[in-house]
Design a protein around this ligand. Sequence first.
Ligand code: 3PG
Length: 306
Amino acid sequence: MKKVLVATEKPFAPIAVDGIRNVLDKAGYELVLLEKYTSPEQWKEASKGVDAMIIRSDKATADIIEAADNLKIIVRAGAGYDNIDLEACTRNDVVAMNTPGQNSNAVAELAFGMMLYLVRKGFNGSSGTELRGKKLGIHAYGNVGKFVAAIARGFGMELFAFDPFVDKGDMVNDGITPFDTVEELYKTCDYISLHIPANEKTKKSINFDLLSLMPKNGTLVNTARKEVIDEEGLVRLMQERQDFNYLSDIAPDCREILEEKYPGRVVFTAKKMGAQTAEANINAGIAAATQIVNFLEKGDKTFQVN
Ligand code: 3PG
């Protein structure tokens, strides 16, 4: 019987685990569940003999991939796969996949939840401002960016985007003004919602010079990855621009400094929770399980990333 390990330090909603089990049961596979593990050793131990793994932001290092002595496929139930050592996967004949789009709406909704929390002063009873009529810049118009745009239209925001990989005509059809350069986006928009992946090109690319271009009361909303921010530059900007705000679902290493020095200008979630909804977990978990069955039974490699 084929074995599929679900290794999630931050567990899926129980209903999503039921959904995964259901897909695997139908295929005649066994589900092995490892939730809230506290060390890589525990994960390595659980991965012995399994044919497939489903993970979230769990760091699938070369050590982990190598310890899984019978592994054929690893699926990141989510979009970003910067947590998987893809070279180690390829070296060990392991197919790596993601499940693009499955948790995008949840992330987009959280971006607006954070914006509202900021402009309504943490719901503390004092007078705030509105999102309507403000300029929103979508930095990368992929799956999450599209949901952000749809929600922003409901709020009556003016929409702009920068994404060199997306056809400008498609953006225009969605009621968005596309820019040729990232600088134009930051210069124009009151709010920037970040949706770029973390890779060698993007790491630390959101830096002091770029953020300085934002207009008065500019707000950066980061539901992407903390690695894309140049934290030194961010700290300097928060200091020099007392009107600038930073909201993030992936708290920076300098979280304590920012929270202490700039209350009311920063909002950080307790733990990365953009995709932490029952719906997102069900969508991504079931997609991951289905992709595993399709690969192991039919060799289907759709969504392979290595
Ligand atoms: C993603 O890349 O899909 C999101 O960042 C969600 O990550 P999570 O599964 O750890 O919540």
